[in-house]
Design a protein around this ligand. Structure first.
Ligand code: HEM
Length: 484
């Protein structure tokens, strides 16, 4: 296509530079943008990818020509269960999305707010147990809270009454993001030789089935073999759904909202035979599983970055506390607070969590700008270059934490932590509600302070999401004028 870009190596393309970058692969894309401009090409193995950081071009791909770009690039080792998240036919994706979207409507979220609030009360109780002014890593507690919220708000599993089950869910969800050597090897093979995906996927799948079989038949093997977390989670999510449907249990949570739109009698029918307004059981299972793995680590990581920013920006924290203190228990008003909203946006601008999932694949030949785009062409977004662009975020330097910059209207494609367009993050409202409620409750009771390790331990690493590597070390100081 005549695009500039880093010189690819034989067989590997630019894979080695991308995945051995000193910070993370998203930073590598930003380095290349500096060298080659806002549109360039790179290769993973022999798969060409066009990387874009021009917001007008992105607007065309993600919004105005969305019907030509509704798919995402398949994940390495992508199996059937993740089809909905990544790439599916236009009709299938559209049908499912239109059924799922109302699950996250303001009305439904209002119903699950009490559950979220309960889990945050438990977090506050744990924070109360920390020694005042002694440094500790808050990221673990935030992960637990985020998991409890998903388990309780999505599945109705109360971590207090089902302590053991929720602990196992938590450990299994953590494992989803930890690739072992076998999985890493197959993932690399799948990226470099996607034509042989049937082989890598079969190898992965049958090894997991064999491991499960071994653990099932020879319980002793459980000591040595860890079964695949995806398989375990899918199996347990299915049994929770079946129990609900069989016993006609009604609850107020996301799962209930989705069961209400599921045709439980069409478990095996193909989606095309289903009504426009119903999911089948398999689709319900895959979606609820996606909520769990898509919503847990991301929201916990966002809260961790917020804790880091609060600890290192005392003036901005004081302004936020001031804003929060003036609104009492009116949650409608709390979630509409301007500075709170800007504060979260600014944190996610500086630390976007899942830049790599925001990509698109062309599914119908078209023209974008001066380029003729063939079906199957892959587009990546260089989110860091956009988020740190002076023209999009000036005049105050984009390197500075400055929430007020969101007072001004910015380019609609300038802020991308939740993606953009019709296929953006379906759980964004849920995540924002959770983050806002948690921040409000914490900041009413405490001031977050930095300690010796706050800056020295801060480092990012990439494991599907970009998260703090060594946790977030902070101190808490109880406020004297706390409201509750
Ligand atoms: C701070 C928290 C979160 C972040 C940063 C985040 C980020 C993202 C991003 C970047 C995408 C891809 C969007 C695109 O391609 O344009 C996405 C998709 C998705 N997210 Fe989230 N997410 C978060 C929380 C959640 C939560 C809480 C849930 C569910 C309860 C969720 C469920 C999903 C699902 C199902 C998709 C796929 C949507 C589709 O393909 O139609 N996410 N998320």
């Amino acid at each position: 296509m005549g695009l500039p870009g880093p010189t690819p190596r034989w067989f590997f393309g630019n894979f080695i530079e991308l995945f051995t970058h000193s910070r993370h692969s998203a930073a590598c894309l930003a380095d290349w943008t500096k060298e080659y401009g806002k549109i360039y090409g790179y290769f993973i193995g022999h798969t060409p990818i066009i990387c874009v950081s021009d917001p007008d071009l992105l607007q065309e791909i993600f919004i105005s020509k969305f019907s030509h770009f509704h798919s995402r690039r398949p994940l390495p080792l992508q199996q059937h269960d993740l089809r909905h998240l990544l790439a599916s036919t236009d009709d299938e994706w559209r049908r499912q999305r239109s059924i799922i979207q109302p699950t996250f409507s303001p009305h439904k979220l209002k119903e699950v707010r009490t559950i979220i609030d309960q889990c945050i009360t438990e977090l506050i109780e744990k924070l109360d147990q920390q020694k005042p002014n002694v440094e500790f890593d808050i990221s673990y507690l935030l992960k637990r809270t985020s998991m409890n919220i998903i388990l309780n708000g999505a599945f109705g599993i109360n971590p207090n009454t089902h302590e053991k089950l929720s602990e196992t869910f938590f450990q299994r969800c953590l494992q989803v993001f930890e690739l072992n050597i076998f999985q890493t090897t197959l993932t690399i093979c799948s990226m470099l030789l996607p034509e042989l995906n049937f082989l890598w996927i079969a190898c992965f799948k049958y090894t997991n089935i064999f491991r499960l079989w071994l653990c099932d038949h020879i319980p002793f093997m459980n000591r040595f073999i860890n079964t695949d977390p995806h398989t375990w989670l899918l199996y347990h999510v299915e049994s929770i759904i079946k129990q609900r449907c069989l016993h006609g249990i009604q609850r107020i949570d996301l799962l209930q909202s989705m069961i209400d739109v599921t045709d439980v009698f069409h478990n095996t029918s193909s989606p095309s035979k289903l009504s426009k307004y119903h999911l089948n059981l398999d689709e319900l299972l895959n979606n609820i599983y996606l909520f769990m793995i898509g919503g847990f680590e991301t929201t916990a990581t966002a809260l961790s970055y917020l804790a880091f920013i609060l600890a290192t920006h005392q003036n901005e924290q004081a302004r936020l506390q001031d804003e929060i203190d003036h609104v009492y228990d009116d949650y409608e008003q709390l979630i509409k607070l301007d500075y709170l909203d800007w504060f979260i946006r600014e944190t996610l601008r500086l630390y976007p969590i899942a830049p790599f999932i925001v990509n698109r694949q062309c599914n119908k030949k078209c023209r974008i700008g001066q380029f003729k785009i063939e079906e199957g062409t892959n587009f990546a977004v260089d989110m860091f270059s956009i988020h740190y662009d002076e023209n999009l975020y000036g005049p105050v330097s984009p390197l500075k934490f400055y929430p007020e910059r969101f007072q001004e209207k910015r380019h609609p494609l300038a802020w991308l932590p939740f993606g953009v367009g019709p296929r953006n993050c379906v759980g964004m409202r849920f995540a924002m509600l959770e983050i806002k409620l948690a921040l409000v409750r914490i900041l009413r009771r405490y001031t977050i302070l930095s300690g010796e390790r706050t800056l020295s331990q801060f480092a990012e690493h990439e494991r599907f999401v970009i998260a703090p590597k060594n946790g977030i070390w902070i101190r808490l100081q109880r406020r004297s004028s706390q409201i509750r």
